[in-house]
Design a binder for this molecule. Structure first.
Ligand code: ADP
Length: 267
């Protein structure tokens, strides 16, 4: 029978291209068991970084994609009705605190504030999780660590983390990797030639320059990897770019035409 820790452990080294000295800094934060916040636009490598760190530290990783309908029970746990009574089921946060996993709450600002506050007692020196419904005060496993991610671009006054939450974390700022690094990431991740990866990064650069001028968000590294995957599958590069890079990010005909022209010029 596999244990929960085995179930959530990362057995194969994920490919992660370091952007600066974030690996050493994360190790220092983990050593002190400080809660970590990773900030940056969607698809720029935040989750991959946490996966890599969990693998490197040899700790299980439990990831939760947060959304606005998420309640505290979705994180902490609930009683389930069964034929002969009720049974308690731990939520992902409780499981992580019990088994000593890294708990990664992805896009935490999406969650309602009454949900977000349940993490507070886990983030200070107490490292405890009160499970009110069960009458249990769970002391977190010594290996447990809490990590949250968020995209400051999406943030509005209604959807921002409270200072009382923010000031419980040490932070890492992420952004799209520098062009040469990003090309190397795409080439390594998908196996396409570096020259093609470099062209994809150029298309990304054009779109990123339009952020705030008709685009809410530039093309992510994730989408560049999608385009490269299509090219690797013998799709014509211009079709791959239109499909993976241009269509998903805008419904505006003018911006689409601008990006399509850029694709034709670059490939
Ligand atoms: P997010 O910032 O939304 O969590 P991800 O970590 O899921 O983004 O990154 C999206 C994809 O981009 C990954 O699946 C990976 O293919 C690629 N990627 C981005 N940055 C890196 C990096 N530094 N090293 C390796 N792959 C990366």
């Amino acid at each position: 029978m596999t244990t929960l820790a085995q179930q959530y452990s990362i057995t194969q080294e994920p490919f992660y291209q370091q952007q600066s000295n974030e690996v050493a800094l994360y190790e220092a934060a983990y050593k002190a068991r400080l809660p970590v916040m990773v900030k940056g636009p969607t698809g720029c490598g935040k989750s991959r970084f946490i996966e890599y760190m969990a693998w490197k530290l040899g700790k299980p990783l439990i990831t939760v994609a947060c959304n606005e309908d998420m309640t505290a029970s979705d994180l902490v746990g609930r009683y389930l009705l069964e034929a002969n009574g009720t049974r308690w089921l731990d939520g992902p946060l409780t499981t992580a605190a019990r088994i000593g996993a890294i708990c990664y709450l992805d896009e935490i600002v999406e969650a309602r504030q009454d949900t977000t506050v349940v993490i507070h007692p886990l983030t200070d020196h107490r490292r405890q999780l009160p499970i009110d419904k069960k009458g249990e005060l769970l002391q977190a496993h010594p290996d447990f660590q809490l990590v949250i991610s968020y995209n400051p671009g999406y943030q509005s006054l209604m959807k921002d983390l409270k200072q009382s939450t923010k000031q419980r974390f040490v932070g890492f700022d992420f952004d799209y990797p520098a062009p040469e690094l990003e090309a190397r990431i795409i080439a390594t991740e998908t196996g396409i030639p570096l020259a093609d990866a470099t062209r994809l990064v150029k298309v990304g650069g054009v779109a990123r320059a339009l952020k705030g001028h008709g685009l809410d968000e530039g093309i992510s590294t994730r989408l560049l990897v999608y385009a490269a995957t299509l090219i690797n599958g013998a799709v014509a590069p211009t079709d791959a770019c239109r499909m993976a890079l241009v269509r998903p990010i805008t419904d505006d005909a003018d911006i689409r035409a601008t990006l399509d022209h850029a694709v034709d010029a670059i490939f």
